[in-house]
Write a protein that binds this ligand. Sequence first.
Ligand SMILES: *Cc1c(COP(=O)(O)O)cnc(C)c1O
Length: 413
Amino acid sequence: MGYVSGLKCRECGREYPVDPIYVCEFCFGPLEVVYDYKKIKRVLTRKNIEKREKSLWRYKELLPIDGEPQVGLKSGFTPLVRADNLAKALGVKELYVKDDSVAHPTLSFKDRVVAVALTKAREFGFETVACASTGNLAHSVSAQGAKAGFKRFVFIPATLEQSKIVASLVYEPNLVAVDGNYDEVNRLCSEIANKYRWAFVNINIRPFYAEGSKTQGFEIIEQLGWEAPDNVVVPCASGSLLTKIWKSFKEFKEIGILKELETKVFAAQATGCSPIAAAIKQGTDVIRPVKPNTVAKSLAIGNPADGFYASHIVKETGGHAEDVSDQEIIEGMKLLAKTEGIFAETAGGVTVAAAKKLIEQGRIGRNETTVICITGNGLKTQEALTGHTTEVHHIKPNIEAFEDVLTRIGYSK
Ligand SMILES: *Cc1c(COP(=O)(O)O)cnc(C)c1O
């Protein structure tokens, strides 16, 4: 089995065999997985996909594994929700929420990348898996690594939300909290990856790991009835998810599953960490690293590895980018919750608030079909809402006290 023809440098095009490597030895460009699309085209058809189990592995020919899937067998195939209430609130006709906050083992889209990364780690013969994480990756590596029987080292910035730390610790990984921001954690992890033979999912096996993100894009197309949307709005940390959603659309076109592809890709970031959105808005190629300061901690990567490629895709497809303040993020989370009954984490607030701005600016057309990507569950970042929710009605246990509440809120039958 296996449909991968090798690895290739995204900059100079030099080719490499399939190994746990991630940068070009000659130009230091990032390596990317290359597939034999002619071969895939013969086996991967709409009919074949539709017959398969509803998980991210239904697109396995377009994922970089040689044998059968081994990890995250139930991950993926999350709901695509037609969001008519939110559409009305934002003043558009057709809006969908791709809801990766549910149906995954650890309730974020990181379960996609980790399913692929850990299957590949096993194929490479690694016994220890590791990651540098802004929170969600830590959950997924801790949980899925436990189930698959790997030793696990998980590195996070020490300032992460308390609830995010607990949600990793429960799986008993070796959790290392580093005094520093994500970019400093990542730098340390690159050094460790050079010294220890571990599978750092987002460092030395990053080319394979990142491919898992494509499954969110494949599902969007399939769930829209094998059509591409006019617009897709994607939250960006390193920018990897955005590049892979676009890659997935192009691959479906390449193998003939998609007839037309004219989607515009939009990037969403928090103003407190918006190196990718800033470059796009300024019309430059140069991603200027920043020191993150935002409630959207899962997106707080100041020096984004795929920022350059993400900004190119946005430009090439005719999309745009927006960044939103912490206040707008909270408003975005609340709007999604009260219109669609979906509790997303801060990153979801970023996506909703950015989409709102892009619609108001006319960059997203009111009569077009738009998909917004919700990537993580709100129960993970409850602290962010402290002081921003409506009040509890606290009463004595009698009917008069309760009816006082009804009077106070002006309820009438
Ligand atoms: C990791 C993450 C993203 C995006 O990550 P990229 O590095 O841009 O691929 C988006 N949302 C959430 C909730 C995440 O945890």
